[in-house]
Design a protein around this ligand. Structure first.
Ligand code: SAM
Ligand code: SF4
Length: 314
């Protein structure tokens, strides 16, 4: 699929639920997700149908996200259906890692090939405070289980929270010394609950370059700029939607768990996919690609979406 700005759209992020077993302070309120009727959320059948249509339209990479995708009943069946699609090169998943200890092996068998695991701190008490209910040991165990199940090139996603975890930049970078892991620092985007956070929480990823002056640039991968510390096996990535826009390279579409196609993470535009099948579904996906704006306006007036990140999937 081509958009109107010369970009080829090959990547679909499919949110399979907006529910989550954590309540990260920057993503959700303590009460969690407002209850919805079961029928408001796409069924596994509908999710598989949308994935198949996207691949027919030229998508070659699908990432499952949420909410927390691993709390979705039927997610393994969905992975099996999607990974069997002819034309799909990569099925990936973004998770908070809490359930990987029991699910990593089954995810691998169901065809998931890449994992991004979110981890904002390496300190147990801080982890509990940020996630409001998580245990760091579960995630660390989940990462080990993922490696044991055969996942390589695991990416750890760390949202930079000024005054909360920016004193751990060096500790995270140390994880790259002996392991072929990519630790990616992500700038906090002002949306949903965190839009009301004080200014000091929003840290430019330059903080990482200051904390790690020995970093050497080794290129880029998708939206991340990659660096390496001399002699380290793994890499450090910076994802900076605020300070260094990467919209010119954006090749993605997003579908929310309630069946709305979002041409851009930060635009308010949504196209309903529910009830569409076959050529009508393909046409809706193509119109979503055509509706992609040239760039977001985060730094000039803020996000235009009313959704929180857990309702989009990142
Ligand atoms: N629950 C899964 C997880 O946490 O990995 C998948 C969904 S979560 C919404 C996807 C990613 O978005 C996570 O890495 C999370 O830290 C990140 N995220 C959430 N809110 C954000 C925000 N306001 N700015 C930047 N990243 C955010
Ligand atoms: Fe859940 Fe992920 Fe949001 Fe944390 S960032 S509350 S794990 S959806």
């Amino acid at each position: 699929m081509l958009d109107l700005h010369g970009r080829t759209i090959r990547y679909l992020r499919l949110s399979v639920t907006d529910l989550c077993n954590y309540r990260c302070t920057y993503c959700m309120t303590e009460d969690g997700v407002p209850k919805r009727a079961h029928s408001d959320i796409l069924s596994i059948e509908e999710l598989a149908e949308i994935g198949a249509a996207a691949v027919r339209c030229g998508v070659n990479k699908i990432r499952l996200t949420g909410g927390e995708p691993l709390v979705r009943h039927g997610v393994l069946t969905l992975c099996e259906r999607l990974s069997a699609l002819h034309g799909l090169d990569e099925l990936a998943l973004t998770t908070n890692g809490a359930l990987l200890g029991t699910m990593a092996r089954d995810l691998r068998s169901a065809g998931v090939r890449r994992l991004n695991i979110s981890l904002d701190t390496l300190r147990p008490a801080r982890f509990r405070a940020i996630t409001r209910r998580g245990e760091l040991a579960d995630v660390l165990g989940g990462i080990d289980a993922a490696k044991a199940a055969g996942f390589t090139d695991i990416k750890l996603n760390t949202v930079l929270l000024g005054g909360i975890n920016d004193d751990e930049i060096q500790d995270f970078a140390a994880l790259t010394r002996d392991e072929d892991v990519c630790v990616r620092f992500i700038e906090l985007m002002p949306m949903g609950v965190c839009a009301a956070f004080p200014k000091e929480r929003f840290l430019s990823a330059d903080a990482v370059l200051h904390a790690l002056p020995a970093l050497e640039s080794v290129g880029g991968e998708g939206v991340a700029e990659l660096y390496r510390l001399p002699g380290h096996r793994g890499t450090v990535g910076l994802i900076r939607p605020l300070s260094h826009g990467f919209c010119a390279q954006c090749d993605r579409l997003r579908v929310t768990a309630d069946g709305k196609l979002k041409p851009c993470l930060h635009s308010g535009e949504e196209i309903s996919l529910r009830g569409l099948h076959g050529p009508a579904l393909d046409a809706a996906l193509r119109s979503g690609a055509a509706a992609k704006p040239a760039c977001h306006h985060l730094t000039q007036g803020g996000t235009e979406t009313l959704r929180g990140m857990f309702q989009i999937g990142g």
